[in-house]
Structure formats: structure tokens, C-alpha cells
Design a protein around this ligand. Structure first.
Ligand code: NAD
Length: 352
């Protein structure tokens, strides 16, 4: 593993990507890590301040929708590996503007597959294209059961349809051209640097500002949550040891109904802010359900556990506590990302 490698990580300025970049830059000093990111509203180089001057790290601002630019970058750096996280990632935004999701998530992925295929020219030893995807491609579960790697794809939102489509293209490039690909399908992530349009940081931010905590429907929708650094560790394992052509589900067997999750955030926030229990809960507000809202996601992570020995490093309570502490200690980060663009989006979304 200590062979020197050049790895392009796409979307490295985003929430999960920044943790993956940090993990690789710090853990593998002989790798050259190229962070390829367009810096959309979700990309933020602040997330990487602590490693930006490391000699094995390079940032390249580029848009994966631009095939020509992607090709030039692959010719310049001749990567041995690609870890692909760049995407439009927010379900509510995909409902408002599905085409943007097709362009980045589908066309952008195919542009990267083409560039890898071209630059590797059939010489695949030591090469890997790792596509990072979501459990949302599997659709929804009833009260029982778990998603396995064999579960049929059944996406319902434009976001999950675009991710499902990109997964199919990645598999097709393996099956058709022999491209050495792996796919990971992970459950919902949370942690430091999480953009505050997503449920957990939205609640933390709104509690800090005494704003309502919007909960879709009756709050019974259930999600499986994984600490973002544990996702980055899983990506490291699968990138290095995952079998080519395979996919791996990533999760921590950690299901929460939205309403229970929000109550747990409220409990920890009241505790950390030194206020009476029940203060934050008064902000809970039920809002009209998201159209096509999937009832339940839950990952069976047996394969990655058995084959690669993967286990999350923190419990949910620990991970949530680390996350809340991070937001309390980084109010400036929160203020920076919640000004301007975000504010406009937020007002459109919740103040209709
Ligand atoms: P994010 O929205 O925080 O970050 C996405 C990053 O991609 C940003 O830095 C953005 O600037 C960049 N990007 C967007 N469009 C681009 C383009 N056209 N060209 C280049 N860069 C572009 O997303 P995230 O939550 O960190 O998710 C990263 C990946 O992991 C996505 O592929 C997502 O589908 C997947 N995933 C996310 C979760 C989750 O819970 N957040 C769970 C499983 C899988």
C-alpha cells in the first residue's frame, strides 16, 4: 500500500469529500491527492484549511460536466485512482431542478469514466475507479427488512434516480470495458462541515437561532445514520481492498425515526447549552410532507464487515455529541455558509 499513487478525489470540498481528502492526505504521505471540485454552493475550501499546505495535496477547480476539462486534468495528472464524490446531493433541490442532477450526477460521472478509460488504455493493474453512492438508490423499505447489495434498484426522487443511473453506468463500464470499478452505497451521513440544509445541522443551527425545527409529515420517516469520518474510513478500505466489479453497502446499523432523532438533538443541545430539558423541543414544527418521501432506509452492512472487517468507530450518541460540539465551536463557519445564497434557498424552501 505504500506504493506512491496519484488519486483524483472529486467533490473534495464538500461535506463527505473533505473528510475523505483529509483522511488520505494525512494517512498516505506518499500519495498525491488531487481534489477536483467546481466549488458550487456546497463546496467550501474552508473545510480543508488544516491540510491545504501539505506537499501531497493539490486543489484543481473544475466542473465534471465539462468533458474537455476533465480530459485535460486526467492527461496532466495521470491518476492511478479516482474516488468520485462530486454530485448534486440534496433531495429537495432535485425536486425543484432535476436537470441539474442529471447533468452533474449522470453526465459528469460518464465524463470521468470516459477519461479514466482513455488515460488507462486497458492497463488496469493498480488502477481503481471508486464511485461513492447512496442507499437511496434502493428505494424505500416497510417496517421490516434491510437493503443488501442484491436489493433491486427502485429510486423515487430525481436525486436518487440520478445516483442510480450513475451507478448503472459505473457497473456497465466494468462489465463492458473491464474498467476496474468499485461502488459504495452508504446510509445518511452526519458530522462536522455538514451543510445546514440537511436535517441534523439544520436543527442545530435553528436551535442556536431559536428558529422552528421543520419535520416532514408526522416524523415517522426513518433513516440510518453514519458518522462522516466512519464513511471516510470505509471508503479507504474499499478503495484499497474492495473487489473490482463489486459494490459494498456502508452503514452502522443505526436507525432513527426523524422525530426521535430531532428529540435527541434537542436533548443534547439543552444539556450542552446548560438549559432546562424541553427548551429546544418547543421549536419542533411539523410541515407538509416531501412529495414521494421514502418511508424507511436501513442498510445491511454485513458484506463490508465480513469481507473487509469494517466497523464504525463511534456510537451514534458519541458521533452526535462530537458534531454538536463542532458546530458550537465553529459558529463562524456556520455564519459564512448560511449567508447569501443559502439564505435565499432557505427562504424559498420554508417560508412559502
Ligand atoms: P455535498 O453536496 O456536500 O458536496 C458535493 C461536492 O461536489 C461539493 O464540494 C461541490 O462543489 C462538488 N460539485 C458539485 N457539482 C460539481 C460539478 N459539476 N463538478 C465538480 N464538482 C462538483 O455532498 P456530500 O453530502 O458530501 O456527498 C458526496 C457524495 O456522497 C455524493 O456523491 C452523494 O451522493 C454521496 N452520498 C452522500 C450521503 C450523505 O448523507 N450526504 C450519503 C451517501 C452517499
Amino acid at each position: 500500500n505504500n506504493m506512491s499513487k496519484t488519486i483524483i478525489i472529486t467533490g473534495g470540498a464538500g461535506f463527505i469529500g473533505s473528510h475523505v481528502v483529509r483522511e488520505f492526505v494525512n494517512k498516505y504521505p506518499d500519495y498525491h491527492i488531487i481534489n477536483l471540485d467546481a466549488l458550487t454552493y456546497a463546496g467550501n475550501l474552508e473545510n480543508l484549511k488544516d491540510i491545504e499546505n501539505k506537499p501531497n495535496y493539490t486543489f484543481v477547480k473544475a466542473d465534471i460536466r465539462d468533458a474537455e476539462r476533465v480530459n485535460v486534468i486526467f492527461d496532466t495528472y495521470k491518476p492511478d485512482g479516482v474516488i468520485h464524490l462530486a454530485a448534486e446531493s440534496h433531495v429537495d433541490r432535485s425536486i425543484a431542478d432535476p436537470t441539474a442532477f442529471v447533468m452533474t450526477n449522470v453526465v459528469g460521472t460518464v465524463n470521468l469514466l470516459n477519461a479514466a478509460r482513455r488515460v488507462w488504455e486497458g492497463h488496469y493493474e493498480g488502477k481503481k475507479f471508486h464511485h461513492v453512492s447512496t442507499d437511496e438508490v434502493y428505494g424505500t423499505l416497510g417496517a421490516e427488512g434491510l437493503f443488501t447489495e442484491e436489493t433491486a434498484y427502485d429510486p423515487h426522487s430525481p436525486y436518487s434516480a440520478s445516483k442510480a443511473s450513475s451507478d448503472h453506468f459505473v457497473r456497465a463500464y466494468h462489465d463492458t470495458y473491464g474498467l476496474p470499478t468499485v461502488i459504495t452505497n452508504c446510509s445518511n451521513n452526519y458530522g462536522p462541515n455538514h451543510f445546514p440544509e440537511k436535517l441534523i445541522p439544520l436543527c442545530i443551527n435553528n436551535i442556536l437561532n431559536s428558529r422552528p425545527l421543520p419535520i416532514y409529515g408526522d416524523g415517522s420517516n426513518t433513516r440510518d445514520w453514519l458518522f462522516v469520518i466512519d464513511h471516510a474510513r470505509a471508503i479507504d478500505l474499499v478503495f484499497h481492498h474492495g473487489k473490482v466489479g463489486e459494490s459494498y453497502n456502508v452503514g452502522g446499523f443505526n436507525e432513527w425515526k426523524n422525530i426521535d432523532l430531532v428529540r435527541e438533538i434537542c436533548r443534547q443541545m439543552d444539556e450542552k447549552l446548560g438549559r432546562p430539558q424541553g427548551t429546544a423541543e418547543q421549536l419542533i414544527t411539523f410541515v407538509k410532507d416531501r412529495p414521494g418521501h421514502d418511508l424507511r432506509y436501513a442498510i445491511d452492512a454485513t458484506k463490508i464487515n465480513k469481507e473487509l472487517g469494517y466497523k464504525p468507530s463511534v456510537t451514534f450518541e458519541q458521533g452526535l455529541s462530537i458534531t454538536i460540539d463542532w458546530f458550537l465551536n465553529n459558529k463562524e463557519w456556520l455564519e459564512n455558509v448560511t449567508s447569501g445564497e443559502y439564505q435565499k434557498y432557505y427562504e424559498n424552501q420554508y417560508n412559502k
